[in-house]
Design a binder for this molecule. Structure first.
Ligand SMILES: [Ca+2]
Ligand SMILES: [Ca+2]
Length: 181
């Protein structure tokens, strides 16, 4: 519990430290952001989910989405994505890749000759991206941070006010309908 709180606090601090506003990809309406966190372990980056607002490590399931993510991470170095090998003991570098969201593992963008488990069997079990192409990675010192994604648009305060007004209008219309009955 205490450990979880610490992870959550550091994830929040990382989000605040990033400073950059999240960017929306019109292709799916999801928001994306790049978190600078030099040397972070994949599991710690994945704990960004504990923010509780729908953020998770980014999952890339099409060439269009890959191109979008490539455009927002230019020059950021190697960043974690939400891909991992399950079980972690998998020795075939190409086998058993999964997305953290449970989306099907179909689109791939490996930089040749990745994935390669460079340091020996099962040495690189997590997914990283740099310049739009992927690497199976296991060593956090070569990581500059991570890419996060949320399917939930974070509403602007003005949008919230509009939404509130819309709900109010809806409620009064319902009351009017009830009156007619
Ligand atoms: Ca591997
Ligand atoms: Ca590799």
């Amino acid at each position: 519990m205490h450990r979880l709180a610490l992870i959550s606090a550091s994830a929040t601090a990382a989000l605040l430290a990033s400073g950059a506003a999240a960017v929306t990809w019109p292709g799916n309406g999801h928001q994306y952001d790049v978190i600078v966190a030099s040397g972070i372990e994949w599991s710690a980056a994945a704990a960004a989910e504990t923010l509780g607002i729908g953020w998770h490590l980014a999952t890339i399931t099409s060439a269009e989405e890959d191109a979008f993510v490539a455009s927002i991470i230019q020059g950021s170095g190697q960043l974690w994505l939400g891909g991992f090998q399950n079980p972690a003991t998998t020795v075939d570098p190409n086998a058993n890749w999964s997305w953290i969201t449970g989306e099907p593992w179909q689109y791939i963008a490996w930089r040749s000759p990745e994935p390669n488990d460079f340091y020996g069997p099962a040495s690189e079990q997590h997914l990283a991206i740099m310049d739009g192409v992927w690497n199976d990675e296991g060593s956090s010192p070569r990581i500059a941070g991570y890419v996060i994604e949320t399917p939930i648009p974070v509403p602007e305060p003005a949008t919230l006010a509009l939404l509130g007004a819309g709900l109010g209008a809806c409620a009064s219309r319902r009351r009017a309908d009830a009156g007619k009955r």
